[in-house]
Design a protein around this ligand. Structure first.
Ligand SMILES: Cc1cc2nc3c(=O)[nH]c(=O)nc-3n(C[C@H](O)[C@H](O)[C@H](O)COP(=O)(O)O)c2cc1C
Length: 187
């Protein structure tokens, strides 16, 4: 099984990364997947220029780190998004990466996958779940979304995701479930 983790946070080992790690622990109980991590914050990824070059020639004309993401994403069985909410949506570095995936939009690269979305947030998460639900279904892929509010509104303080052991367990269990789904669909 091939797994790609798209890390949307600039805080390595933060809330969204922690949920992704719990998920990987669960999936590894069933075997040893190939896992590739992309930390968008550390990568050289230019903004999509909307030039249409990919429509004409089939590949993005910009030469940068997306050349690593394209084949890994396309071949992945499971794509994990570790996505903290910033201003009501995914972080800009993750959005920039996704905009560039426009170059490989196709049933081959977006279909038949399990997308796994970990959203950590203070106030709101709806927009990103709605977006990825629509995209996944549109290509015949599945979406598994787990959200965690990392904030106490009463005291108005952030709470690390580690203070929600039920969410950590839920993420690990989801890893087991997705491993089982993949093995039953592969035959
Ligand atoms: C600059 C900034 C903007 C944020 N904007 C939002 C927001 O609009 N809505 C929200 O629910 N949470 C917002 N948050 C809270 C984070 O999404 C939340 O703390 C999350 O758990 C951080 O995850 P991470 O540790 O993986 O980066 C914001 C945090 C920062 C630092």
């Amino acid at each position: 099984m091939k797994v790609v983790v798209l890390h949307g946070s600039s805080r390595k080992g933060g809330d969204s990364d922690t949920l992704a790690e719990c998920f990987l622990r669960g999936i590894r109980e069933a075997g040893q997947p190939e896992v590739v991590h992309f930390y968008a914050i550390d990568m050289n990824i230019a903004h999509c220029r909307g030039c249409g070059g990919c429509t004409a020639g089939g590949a993005c004309v910009i030469e940068d780190d997306m050349k690593l993401v394209y084949p890994a994403f396309c071949d992945a069985d499971v794509v994990i998004l570790a996505a903290p909410m910033f201003w009501g949506y995914m972080t800009s570095q993750l959005k920039t990466l996704f905009d560039r995936l426009e170059a490989i939009v196709s049933d081959r690269c977006f279909g038949g996958k399990d997308f796994v979305l970990f959203v950590t947030y203070r106030h709101y998460y709806g927009s990103i779940v709605e977006w990825l639900d629509r995209v996944s279904k549109g290509f015949g892929s599945r979406l598994h979304a787990l959200t965690c509010r990392t904030y106490d509104p009463e005291t108005q303080t952030d709470m690390p995701v580690a203070s929600f052991p039920d969410k950590l367990e839920e993420a690990t269990h989801l890893g087991r479930q997705v491993a089982a789904l993949r093995s039953s669909s592969s035959g």
